[in-house]
Each structure stands twice: as C-alpha cells, then as structure tokens.
Design a binder for this molecule. Sequence first.
Ligand SMILES: [Zn+2]
Length: 380
Amino acid sequence: MKELTDLLAQLVEIDSVNPSLVPGGAGELAIARFVAGWLEKAGLETTIEEIAPGRFNVIAIARGQGQDGGKSRSLLLNAHLDTVGTGNMQNPLKAEISGGRLYGRGALDTKGGLAAYMLAAAQAKKLNLPGDIILAAVADEEFASLGTEALVARWQADAALVAEPTNLEIVSTHKGFVWIEIETFGLAAHGSRPQAGVDAIAKMGKVLVEIEKLGGKLALKPPHPLLGTPSIHASLITGGQEWSTYPDRCHLSVERRTLPGETDAIVKAEIAGIIAGLSEADPDFKASYKLTFSREPLEVDPRSPILQSIVAQSNLLTGAANVVGFSGWTDAALLNAANIPALVFGPKGEGLHGAIEWVDLESVEKCCEVVLAIAIDFCV
Ligand SMILES: [Zn+2]
C-alpha cells in the first residue's frame, strides 16, 4: 500500500499539464522520465518515444518468457501522463493525503490508474508470465489523443485496459461523437431594404429548429442497454456584421453523440436531409455543411476473453463485477478500432477537471490487484 501511495504522490507532484490545453503547460517530458526510470528499475524494457515535437510516450515491456511462436497472449496497459490545467486549485501539485484520499491535479485523471497499472506491471514482471505485459503511459489524452494514436500505429496486443477512473466498474462500451459545421448564406443589404437582403441568421434559425427535431427523434430510438439513446446539440454560433445590415453568413457548430453501429455516413445523411428539406421548402435557403472531426464509439464483445477475465477477477477480488457504459469518449475506442479489444477500468474518486480532485487510495490498491490478476489470468 505504501509503495503504491508513494508512487502516486510522486506522479501527482510532477507537473504534466497538457501544453495544447494550457499554453506553456509542462507537458509530458518530466513525468515520462520519472515513469520510465521507475519501470526500468522494476526490470521492464523501457523506452521514451517522442510522438510529436516535445510530446512523449513511455513504453515499458515485461517480456513474457513464453516465446513459443507468439502463442501467449499479450496485455496492453494504457494510462495517460497529461492532465488538464490547474485552474484555481489550491496546491494542485501537493499530493495531500487525508481520510484515505489523495488530493491533487491528476490524482484521479489519471495518475491513480497510472500508478496502479505501473505497480501491476512491475509485479507481473517478477512473476515471469508467459505473455508480454506492455505498459503504455501516453501523451495528450486530454486534447487530441496523439499519444494513443501513435501507440496503435506502432504496437499491437491481444487486449488492453485503459486507466480512466471508473469506480472499479468495467466499461465495455461508450459513445462516440461527430462534429459538424454548417454555414448558411444570405445577402448583405442595408437594414432598411428587406427586398434586397437575405438574413443568413434567420435561415440558420430554421436549421436549429430541425436540429432540435432530430434530437427529439433520436431520443425516441430504442435505447442501447448500457448507453441509452444518441443525441445532437448546437455548440457554437456566429454570424452578422453590424446592427443595420442583413447578415450574409451564419456559422453553426453541431455535435452528434453516436452509439455503437452509428457511423459518420449516417450522421452525414441526417444533416444532408435537413439541408435538402429546407432548400426545397425555401428558394432563398442556401447552406453548406461538413463533418470536421469524429471519434468512434466503443463496444467490446461480451464473449471476448479480456472481458471474461476482468469479470472473473473483479468478482474474486472485489465481490462485484459491474459492466457498465460510459457516456464520454476515451482512448479505448482508438485501441479497439486498431483491433485491440479495450476496456476502461480504474479507481474511484471525484473532481475530474474540477477545483478539488481526489482519488480513493483503497480503490487504487484494488485496481492494482485486479489488473495484476487479469495479467496472470489472461497472459497465458
Ligand atoms: Zn483522463
């Protein structure tokens, strides 16, 4: 317990604010050096990879002894090194311990899980398991997931665990998202001359009405058993030049949260349908749209060996194995899309991205125990 708490405290005390979120943020180099040094001392083969200028992943392997033609299964343990900014936290890097909790930026998101996974990998190394344990401490999860994107381009494994906080529940599925930009085009004219102008903002109003209607329809779809229904909402809107002018442009950003099975093509067809319908009904309605970014949902097959293993080991060690859905998006989806079935499993706490962030130390220890048990059970 003390070893794990000390390790976690050291991780929290190293500033690793994501520099893409907070200009001048410390980034991952200092924490990557610490993590690599610790894992090397534990006997793992460790490298630091610069995956983008100034951004670093740590890869550490507890090499399996079963070099039997690659038949033994390998397990990838993924946790991110970066944190969000410290905002108006008091002592964000102090790692204060009180009442069984450790406080500080990143304690929960996701240094608690990282510490648990590191110690589990170190213990697995001592056991000389047949299969490889690959610990990947990655950069940039909080912004663009550069770390895990680089990871899946270079590494493979038979399954993965991702250390986001889950209250020791097992996340086997979560939503994805698609970002869409819509622009309506009007005609600029003096505000006193309605016959000469077309109001692009009012035209966007029609789009907003349809977006809300679509949201209503999505909410009536048969719900996914763990994720509920998909959704769509407006995010940002801009338009117009000045008070006395018909606006010639209006720009809307929209987000569609997707369920497993819902693709970019489906979302594109929904938006195309809205634009086509409005164009048909109103000859002055002119708009364009594009999908600018998307992330796939996650869904791991219940029969997959990693899910069966985590359920069995959680039952043994915690007396419960709750398989749940998660509404947000995680790096697990990138691993899963790269043919590495990935589950999210991490400790308990509160204050993710908030002013007071803490992790429950007992749950960090339990997380470590379960992950080690999975390694033993799975890497055969
Ligand atoms: Zn996180």
